[in-house]
Design a binder for this molecule. Structure first.
Ligand SMILES: Nc1ncnc2c1ncn2[C@@H]1O[C@H](COP(=O)(O)OP(=O)(O)OP(=O)(O)O)[C@@H](O)[C@H]1O
Length: 214
């Protein structure tokens, strides 16, 4: 069994549109990798394939045992979600416990820790609908952290969020990597690209050198 995420010659389509074209990549535990590239270059699709929610047409992805936590591109704030922050974060425990199961004391500890890591402890009882976009995004990241998966994938987790949310989310990703998690996130943020341990740049679905070099 591997503790790496290994992406081997992965090709993926949306209908007839080739989105990811024979991509090879390795993501190691304890590191942060940023995925960069222009609009439509295949970043989201590649991440979805690694997460296991989009089927590759060819190639394969090897993942560590224990699952993948995946934060998708943020959902529309208009969709009502009648959940408190705490119950949303607690959904991160469902894979291990099953939906609606009563959480055990150790699950509740993980939920509290994940909220604290994103600075949400004081907002635990707030409905998600009553939060700012940045606070909601922090709750989604906390939900992923509560899963305690060995792999954390995030699709533009700080796009469009305020400075405070960006800091909390960046700190949480760095802390997860220090715990030995494989962290991969899509970003257009130059500072995040600079600080990352590894960079994977895509152009037209293929691994490429970024324009202007590294
Ligand atoms: N649901 C879909 N149906 C059809 N084509 C799609 C769909 N989603 C993505 N595509 C196409 O697949 C290709 C890769 O898209 P993808 O969203 O993975 O790129 P991206 O790099 O994440 O882009 P962005 O930075 O805009 O989010 C693009 O050509 C896009 O138009």
């Amino acid at each position: 069994m591997t503790d790496l995420v290994q992406v081997e010659r992965v090709t993926a389509y949306h209908g007839t549109v080739l989105a990811v074209d024979a991509v090879d990549a390795v993501f190691a535990p304890g590191t942060v990798t940023v995925v960069t590239g222009g609009n439509g270059s295949g970043k989201s699709t590649m991440l979805a394939v690694v997460a296991g929610v989009h089927q590759a047409a060819a190639g394969r992805v090897l993942r560590p045992a224990g699952g993948v936590a995946f934060v998708r591109q943020s959902w529309s704030a208009e969709r009502p979600l009648p959940l408190t922050v705490r119950s949303a974060v607690a959904m991160g425990r469902w894979r291990d416990r099953g939906p609606w199961a009563r959480l055990r004391a150790d699950d509740r500890t993980l939920v509290t820790e994940a909220m604290t890591q994103l600075g949400l402890a004081d907002l635990a009882r707030r409905p998600l609908d009553a939060l700012s976009g940045g606070q909601r995004q922090r709750a989604l990241v906390a939900q992923a952290l509560a899963q305690r998966a060995p792999v954390l994938l995030l699709d533009e987790p700080t796009a469009g969020v305020d400075e405070t949310a960006r800091r909390w989310i960046e700190d949480a990703m760095a802390a997860e990597a220090r715990r030995g998690v494989v962290v991969v996130h899509v970003t257009h943020d130059a500072d995040q690209v600079r600080r990352a341990d590894h960079r994977l740049h895509l152009a037209a679905g293929r691994v490429a050198e970024p324009l202007g070099g590294r």
